[in-house]
Design a protein around this ligand. Structure first.
Ligand SMILES: Nc1ncnc2c1ncn2[C@@H]1O[C@H](COP(=O)(O)OP(=O)(O)O)[C@@H](O)[C@H]1O
Ligand SMILES: [Mg+2]
Length: 259
């Protein structure tokens, strides 16, 4: 999706959550004035402890949960209150927390589920080629049962499925959950590849340090709002932030090129 440059010359954000308030039933609000912007060509990472409301942010963005206040803008267009189907059509694809691969179906069948809103066969074939190139494992295992793949490979199948509609922004909910450190590194490398191939990413993670190492911009969610935000390397280098939110001191810069 093309975006108009703002007068200052910085590209306009693809997704804006503006002063969002949201919650469940009669319980206290989970999000209380949350604002996040996702510019084109970036991975924005939202970190925060378990229960802070990270998944709730993504549910508001993908239309699974209607906000009680504030606005959701996609490409400058107000889409507040739209449902999941309309949000997908507007360019927001959501990869849910946990596992959503159908193990008894082939990799191909799993990926093609992401194309159910597409009508044009040529367009579908183009997208299949695109995701098979971007995630080589998906291409190599195309005809196999998805249940035979490792956890990290199944995550790539989920990524491939979400990219079938060529979304402007993909919403990733804790893609590293349950994966070992080496597989986590591979999955984060694939997140960077998605960005480099033209899809902006809003990533939420409990695995804050590793996620910020992948991200361009970072935000810290605390008490229902974004508490601190900035370039990810800046957040990683901040000793106070490290102590409070990233589980200790900044690590030595990683020199390994694994993944
Ligand atoms: N479907 C739901 N119904 C009621 N409360 C919920 C629901 N989903 C999440 N919550 C509550 O909202 C808060 C934020 O949850 P969530 O967004 O899942 O946090 P995170 O993803 O950061 O772990 C938690 O207190 C959680 O118990
Ligand atoms: Mg969550």
């Amino acid at each position: 999706m093309a975006s108009e440059p703002t007068p200052e010359g910085t590209p306009a954000p693809l997704l804006v959550l503006d002063d969002v308030h949201a919650g469940y039933g009669r319980a206290a609000m989970v999000l209380r004035g949350l604002t996040i912007e996702v510019p084109p060509g970036t991975v924005v990472c939202l970190v925060g402890p378990n229960g802070a409301g990270k998944s709730t942010v993504l549910k508001v963005a993908s239309g699974l949960l209607k906000p009680r206040g504030g606005r959701v803008l996609v490409g400058g267009r107000d889409v507040t209150g739209q449902g999941p189907q309309q949000m997908l059509a507007s360019g927001l694809a959501h990869v849910l927390q946990g596992h959503s691969v159908f193990r008894e179906m082939t990799v191909a069948e799993n990926v093609l589920l992401g194309a159910y809103t597409l009508r044009d066969k040529e367009r579908i074939a183009e997208r299949v080629e695109f995701v098979r190139n971007l995630f080589p494992v998906v291409g190599e295992r195309w005809k196999q049962l998805a249940g035979l793949l490792s956890g990290g490979q199944q995550k790539q199948v989920e990524f491939a499925r979400s990219l079938m509609v060529d979304p402007a922004v993909v919403l990733l909910d804790e893609p590293s959950m349950g994966l070992d450190p080496k597989t986590t590194a591979t999955v984060f490398a694939q997140v960077a590849r998605m960005r480099d191939a033209g899809t902006a990413v809003l990533l939420v993670e409990q695995n804050a340090r590793r996620a910020l190492e992948t991200a361009d911009l970072g935000c810290v969610l605390d008490l229902g709002r974004v508490h601190i935000s900035g370039p990810a390397p800046q957040l990683l280098a901040d000793p106070q932030l490290s102590e409070l939110y990233l589980g200790g001191r900044p690590a030595e810069p990683s020199l390994s090129g694994e993944g």
